[in-house]
Design a protein around this ligand. Structure first.
Ligand SMILES: Nc1ncnc2c1ncn2[C@@H]1O[C@H](COP(=O)(O)OP(=O)(O)OP(=O)(O)O)[C@@H](O)[C@H]1O
Ligand SMILES: O=c1[nH]c(=O)c2[nH+]cn([C@@H]3O[C@H](COP(=O)(O)O)[C@@H](O)[C@H]3O)c2[nH]1
Ligand SMILES: NC(=O)CC[C@H](N)C(=O)O
Ligand SMILES: [Mg+2]
Length: 527
């Protein structure tokens, strides 16, 4: 048996920051397993988790406006006597609860700040972007706060300061307790990753067992133990997550795996052929292709509401999986490519702390009673870890680095009612856009790009003739975690070229528009 790659572990307590997931991803990148739990998690779970160290996230609240609802660090966390790093709100809570003073700041800091490192704390020693005339280390950091620590708690020293926040970092090297007013987890804090690494490795003493190779060994062993000699059916979409699950299960259980690829009529151009080529031919994995276009389109006929469409698609997927399982021998498990963000987001939705914006078909869209047991080996992993594992398992690079494609597919990219002619038209426009992105070197520079079909007619003129056809919107975004996104600033010449190709080559389209909405306030998909 391989070593326990979960033995070294960091606990991230969530105080409601926009960046909590980012903290966890950074710790994983350092090679250490970690989990996110809400700040008010039961104390026994904190003890049971037995972390090597704890990171407290930022958050929107203010510790000086204390009410019963104000988030607090549970006594059990401090009683663990392991190192703690508080970030922003986390630092303020640490200072406040250990006897310091936190107050509203005269100057709020949002965005870039230059921080001066003070003294020689273990956390920041020798980490700097440059030095000032007196030889003090200077750091370029990213801040987002309106409160500040005004008085230190006993035993702490100031380890960083800015003009607006003279106490921008606190530390007690003896107890391994630290606080930073700035955010080391965001890339705008240039030395952020080194600071986190210092905390996780030097302060908490972790060595870094969480590597792609070790994760695969661990997953393979766990899958074999769970599944035994039963058979597994995997819903394979050709997307990143389920493709990595396919490769992993193939390695773990070989012929006990059968994949089912469902052509729901809402896929991209030639998607089905591509999936069959890659998996069945090149990798020797058994894949059944089910042509369910008519079934999905019938079930969706006349339905215009986005949530209703998602639910219909989710339900129809499961019906198809069940039917296919029934035709095979001894299938007990349905495998899916569910990943950690899906799990966190659905947990948020179920505790009532977050709104359900969209029911993702593979989590929120599942029926209450399932005939098959669920097998989701990637549910602890982030997308970038899934990609690294995919590479390690030998999947082709173009597959591992594909843009994500939502399970409901073109079903949420054709606004309102779905018709086959709309889907055919959209597939062509999407294929042109993606091919041009690839040719121009922009595919890799964007995180997700696609075309959207707008059921709006617009007048055009081609060859002196009048056209009265549909409108297509192009969308391209840059994002790290798909939680927030910036619209991609594609060059005008490029957009011009794509627009002309789409209108000239596709009969049903007379107009192309480009979506310039960020997330928030928009979402990435239009429905
Ligand atoms: N056309 C399909 N046929 C079979 N299973 C599907 C299909 N579309 C989605 N699924 C199942 O639903 C899961 C969730 O879909 P999702 O799009 O989030 O993941 P993915 O397609 O594997 O990866 P990516 O996020 O990169 O597109 C998939 O992992 C897969 O198990
Ligand atoms: O598998 C999926 N089933 C769904 O129902 C679904 N809805 C959105 N997405 C994808 O999730 C990311 C964030 O999308 P939104 O900003 O539109 O919520 C983007 O990458 C979307 O493509 C889905 N994926
Ligand atoms: N980003 C944060 O954690 C902010 C903490 C606190 N709400 C402040 O404004 O200072
Ligand atoms: Mg997908």
């Amino acid at each position: 048996m391989n070593q326990d790659i979960h033995a070294e572990r960091i606990l991230v307590l969530d105080f409601g920051s926009q960046y909590t997931q980012l903290i966890a991803r950074r710790v994983r990148e350092i090679g250490v397993y970690c989990e996110i739990l809400p700040w008010d998690v039961e104390e026994t779970r904190v003890q049971g988790f037995a972390p090597s160290g704890v990171i407290l996230s930022g958050g929107p609240e203010s510790v000086h406006e204390e009410t019963a609802q104000t988030p607090r660090i549970a006594a059990a966390v401090l009683d663990l006597a392991v190192p703690v790093l508080g970030i922003c709100y986390g630092m303020q809570a640490l200072a406040h609860q250990l006897g310091g003073v936190v107050e509203p700041s005269q100057t709020k800091e949002f965005g870039y700040a230059e921080v001066r490192a003070r003294g020689h704390s273990v956390l920041l020693r020798d980490i700097e972007d440059r030095t000032n005339d007196e030889g003090h280390g200077l750091l370029d950091v990213w801040m987002s706060h309106g409160d500040r620590v005004a008085e230190l708690p006993a035993g702490f020293k100031v380890i960083a300061s800015t003009p607006a926040a003279p106490i921008a970092g606190i530390g007690d090297d003896d107890r391994g307790l630290y606080g930073l007013q700035f955010h080391p987890e965001v890339t705008h804090t240039r030395q952020g990753q080194r600071i986190l690494e210092r905390f996780v490795r030097s302060v908490c003493g972790c060595t870094g067992q969480w590597t792609a190779g070790n994760i695969i060994d661990d997953l393979v062993a766990r899958v074999r133990e769970t599944v035994g000699n039963q058979n597994v059916l995997l819903g394979l979409s050709g997307g990143v997550d389920s493709s990595v699950v396919a490769a992993l299960l193939h390695k773990a259980i070989g012929d006990q795996l059968t994949c089912v690829f469902v052509d729901n009529g809402l896929l991209r151009l030639e998607e089905g052929d591509e999936v069959m080529r890659t998996f069945a031919r090149h990798m020797g994995i058994r894949v059944i292709r089910v042509d369910a276009e008519a079934r999905f389109l019938d079930a969706l006929a006349g339905e215009a509401d986005p949530e209703a469409k998602r639910k219909i698609i989710g339900r129809t997927f499961i019906e198809v999986f069940d039917e296919e399982a029934g035709k095979l021998d001894n299938i007990q498990w349905l495998a899916q490519g569910t990943i950690y963000p899906d799990v966190i987001e659905s947990a948020g939705a179920s505790t009532g702390k977050a709104h359900v914006i969209k029911s993702h078909h593979n989590v929120g869209g599942l029926p209450e009673r399932m005939n098959l047991k669920l097998l989701e080996p990637l549910r602890e992993l982030f997308k970038d870890e899934v990609r690294r594992i995919g590479v390690e398992l030998g999947l082709p690079a173009e597959m591992v680095h594909r843009h994500p494609f939502p399970g409901p597919g073109l079903g949420v990219r054709i606004l309102g009612e779905i018709h086959k002619e709309y889907a055919d038209c959209l597939r062509l426009a999407d294929a042109i856009f993606i091919a041009e992105l690839r040719a121009a070197g922009w595919y890799e520079k964007t995180s997700q790009a696609f075309a959207v079909f707008l059921p709006v007619r617009s007048v055009g003129v081609t060859g002196d003739g009048r056209r009265y056809e549909w409108v297509v919107a192009l969308r391209a975004v840059e994002t790290v975690d798909f939680m927030t996104a910036r619209w991609a600033h594609l060059p005008y010449e490029f957009l011009d070229h794509v627009s002309r190709r789409i209108i000239n080559e596709i009969e049903g389209i007379s107009r192309v528009v480009y979506d310039i909405s960020g997330k928030p306030p928009a979402t990435i998909e239009w429905e």
